[in-house]
Design a binder for this molecule. Structure first.
Ligand SMILES: Nc1nc2c(c(=O)[nH]1)N[C@H]1C(S)=C(S)[C@@H](COP(=O)(O)OP(=O)(O)OC[C@H]3O[C@@H](n4cnc5c(=O)[nH]c(N)nc54)[C@H](O)[C@@H]3O)O[C@H]1N2
Ligand SMILES: Nc1nc2c(c(=O)[nH]1)N[C@H]1C(S)=C(S)[C@@H](COP(=O)(O)OP(=O)(O)OC[C@H]3O[C@@H](n4cnc5c(=O)[nH]c(N)nc54)[C@H](O)[C@@H]3O)O[C@H]1N2
Ligand code: SF4
Ligand SMILES: [Mo]
Length: 726
């Protein structure tokens, strides 16, 4: 399919060389896309991008595959008795708005639920205007991928620093000591740490005589290049951290430095961690007492150091507590807000002052009474909110850029729930395992047809930079951006709009995200404010298509804090009950009930995949299937399992049959299965992915297995049993 190039996007000297930021993961790599005759001929790393310095990963080529994919939906479609039919935008938008209005009129506002998936966060327009639709729906049933991911980080930042988005990131380029707990940046390219070229950045730490230490139940790709790796029993990180803090106090290694001035109740944890000696917790964590103490001594002896925890320790039973203890450890050892430690960013477009600081427990889910955070409910409660009758039951769903059937716990149950809805609309350019249940699908333009600025990930990046990318291709006349779809739906939900609503709508449609971005840049820390000719602005970024370097991270405390007294609040009262829950879980009656035949299931990522939606790229899925179960030789032999043999893995929620990979990469008693696969459900529009279906690990994860403190799903450490298949 031929498409016209946006000539303002092309380098005038370089004929058809276009520079942009890859939007597939958090790393924000600069890419150089070469075009000839309106077609992409190559995608390479942009050497002049000051942040990524030419690095890309194999996924960058998927930008082309996604754009050209014949399976990508390009016009609105409606499900009819005789299959999917294309309809006009006007009809699709009006029908959708009318159905949603009717359902809210008949059953109340909460009868419409919404789920926003991860790609929204990589999409400037969706980030800036998605809330318009959510506000208009005024439903409490809002869900997103946050509660299968980084929710613990938001809760901790909200309590300690006064803002859910004020999350410190590792100052990787200046550190001497990087302790990574439950993150595998070599596969993921970093998370809550936008860090292109992470492999070389980690190697550089070792080159300057520093250390990289990985704590992970699997000797991951990152562990392979680290100075040291320790296996840990899944779900026990909070115990390890309690013991590390205990060592800090016991061995008098507290050294908060200047932070002393900025923290309330700095030493309040001391009596609480007293029972958790390294010796007491070692049999449970699997990290020896000596190794635990050594971790702390080396961390404290290093000139600069970072303790960073991600997916593996956030998305598990004690995820929020673990993130809190990681923060406390960084604070008590003086590593927060210090060069080479955990630092806050100064992004050019600073969304923090304008966005919600977060609130906890203001809303509760109807069926299970789970606490909401920041206006959202835990997605683990979504299926039951659809399936359980009564006032406030969800009857219709708005799904935007997500695939919760494959990405949230007990996908089988959610799949069933979706099939029973009265109505579903999906904003997505693929027919996936979730929106195959939709009545109407509204497809936005592809990533290469839209302009881009990373509103979120500059806020979480290891260096302050700013970069704006033009659209490479002009969208066709009848294409819509995500933000336009959001605004149009919101407007049509008004019923009979007032003059004010109409004028506001027209202004937003005309100005779009670019105008909002320009305002954010001009009013940001590097902007010229009212002086239109000074500082960073949209027009200035347009002149620098490779991006602008704004320097290393710098100190932000105390004035950058959002707490009223400009102090970090240690919030012990919030976390103390969870330490009691942990005590009971590991040392109380409950711990004796553990089924000793069960293994613990954890996840993993691969550099050629991205959540549920890159499996339709032939280049990325070719080769041997990566959706298999890793298991240690000892565990395999106890089960009579051979390498390559099919195994049935079962949990409370279901079972899958999957090929075995026996490897000592993983610790005994643990199995690892990647998520995002399971493209074998009927009615999706992914022809290539179907041939590389794999199984969905989230048919095994459990919507009742939660980090109870935050409601985040516990997708790691799930108890399962394994049986050899003959
Ligand atoms: N077991 C297990 N489960 C997990 C995880 C795990 O580690 N283990 N990880 C969790 C994490 S961290 C996350 S973030 C979630 C992700 O979970 P989700 O956000 O639910 O899933 P994705 O695969 O990111 O969603 C991709 C969908 O968005 C669409 N899409 C892509 N770009 C755009 C766009 O620009 N606009 C629109 N409208 N649609 C677009 C794609 O076509 C695809 O259908 O999965 C979680 N699930
Ligand atoms: N290639 C690729 N890149 C991605 C994605 C992708 O799907 N593919 N997804 C993107 C998204 S949405 C996110 S959120 C990020 C996530 O990025 P990361 O946080 O780096 O996530 P993972 O690569 O899943 O690494 C998690 C590690 O935790 C380990 N682990 C599991 N359970 C435990 C535990 O109980 N304790 C400890 N200490 N470790 C444990 C696992 O073995 C694994 O090595 O990646 C992003 N980047
Ligand atoms: S690491 Fe790969 S997917 Fe992530 S931004 Fe860079 S090129 Fe894109
Ligand atoms: Mo994520």
């Amino acid at each position: 399919m031929e498409q016209s190039i946006n000539t303002s996007a092309i380098d005038s000297q370089g004929q058809g060389l276009h520079y942009r930021t890859c939007t597939l993961c958090e790393a924000m790599c600069g890419v150089e896309i070469k075009t000839e005759n309106n077609k992409i001929v190559s995608i390479k790393g942009d050497k002049n991008d000051p942040f990524s310095r030419g690095h890309i990963c194999p996924k960058a080529t998927a930008l082309q595959d996604l754009h050209e994919d014949p399976d990508r939906i390009r016009r609105p479609i409606e499900r009819t008795d005789s299959g999917w039919k294309e309809i006009s935008w006007n009809e699709a938008l009006t029908k959708t708005a009318n159905r949603l209005k009717d359902i809210q009129h008949n059953y109340g506002r909460d009868a419409v639920g919404a789920y926003l998936g991860n790609p929204n966060v990589h999409n400037m327009g969706a980030m800036l205007f998605g809330k318009d639709l959510l506000h208009k729906l005024r439903t409490k049933n809002k869900f997103s991928a946050t509660s299968v991911d980084q929710l613990p980080h938001h809760v901790v930042s909200h309590l300690l620093f006064g803002h859910q988005l004020m999350i410190p990131v590792p100052d990787i380029d200046r550190t001497d000591h990087f302790l990574i707990i439950g993150g595998n940046p070599l596969a993921s390219n970093g998370s809550i740490m936008s860090v292109p070229d992470v492999k070389n950045r980690l190697k550089a730490i070792k080159k300057r005589k520093g250390k990289v230490i990985v704590i992970d139940p699997r000797r991951s790709e990152t562990a392979e290049i680290a100075s040291e790796h320790h296996f840990i029993t899944p779900g026990t990180d909070a115990l390890l951290l309690l013991a590390m803090l205990n060592t800090v106090f016991e061995e008098q290694l507290c050294s908060p430095g200047d932070l002393k001035k900025h923290v309330n109740n700095l030493y309040s944890l001391e009596p609480v961690v007293a029972p958790y000696t390294a010796e007491r917790v070692a049999p449970i964590t699997g990290v020896s007492a000596e190794a635990t103490r050594q971790l702390v001594r080396e961390f404290c002896a290093a000139k600069t150091a970072i303790c960073y925890g991600r997916m593996g320790c956030s998305v598990q039973q004690f995820g929020t507590l673990t993130q809190y203890l990681i923060m406390a450890f960084n604070i008590l050892t003086g590593r927060l807000d210090a060069p080479g430690g955990m630092m806050f960013t100064h992004p050019a477009a600073d969304i923090l002052p304008k966005s919600s600081k977060g609130h906890f427990g203001k809303i509760k889910s109807r069926v299970r009474g789970l606490n909401g955070f920041g206006g959202e409910l835990p997605v683990a409660a979504l299926a039951e909110e659809i399936l359980t009758e009564g006032k406030g039951q969800i009857k219709a769903m708005v799904l935007a850029a997500g695939n919760p059937v494959l990405s949230t716990p007990n996908g089988t149950q959610l799949d069933k729930a979706f099939s029973q809805l009265d109505f579903m609309v999906s904003i997505d350019f693929y027919r996936n395992e979730s929106n195959r249940h939709a009545n109407i699908i509204l497809p936005p333009v592809s990533a290469l047809e839209r302009e881009h600025y990373d509103i979120v990930f500059h806020t979480l990046a290891v260096r302050n930079t700013a970069k704006y990318s033009e659209a490479l291709f002009n969208p066709s006349e009848d294409a819509m951006h995500d933000w336009q779809i959001f605004l149009e739906l919101a407007y049509r939900l008004n019923g009979k709009p007032t003059l004010k609503q109409t004028l506001e709508h027209r202004a937003k449609m005309a100005l779009g995200p670019k105008a909002v971005l320009d305002l954010l840049l001009r009013s940001g820390p590097y902007g010229g404010g009212l002086n239109l000719f000074k500082g960073i602005s949209l027009s200035q970024l347009k002149k620098n298509p490779h991006g602008v370097d704004l320097g290393p991270l710098n100190a932000k405390l105390p004035m950058g804090l959002f707490t009223p007294d400009k102090k970090i609040n240690m919030s012990l009262s919030f976390f103390k009950p969870d330490i009691q829950r942990l005590e009971q879980h590991f040392f109380g009656q409950e711990s004796k009930k553990t089924n000793h035949n069960s293994l613990r299931l954890i996840g993993r990522r691969h550099v050629r995949s991205n959540n549920t939606w890159l499996h339709n790229s032939r280049r990325l899925v070719k080769g041997k299937s990566r959706c298999n179960m890793m298991i240690h030789p000892e565990s395999a032999s106890a089960l009579g399992l051979e390498n390559g043999q099919m195994a049935k893995v079962s949990s409370r929620t279901g079972s899958v049959t999957i090929a075995t990979e026996i490897t000592d990469e993983i610790m005994p008693g643990v199995i690892s299965i990647p998520h995002g696969w399971g493209h074998n459900r009927e009615g999706t529009g992914w022809k290539i992915a179907e041939k590389h279906a794999g199984v969905s690990v989230n048919d095994l994860t459990d919507e009742l297995f939660l980090d109870e403190l935050s409601g985040n799903a516990a997708l790691n450490g799930v108890p399962v049993t394994v049986e050899a298949q003959h």
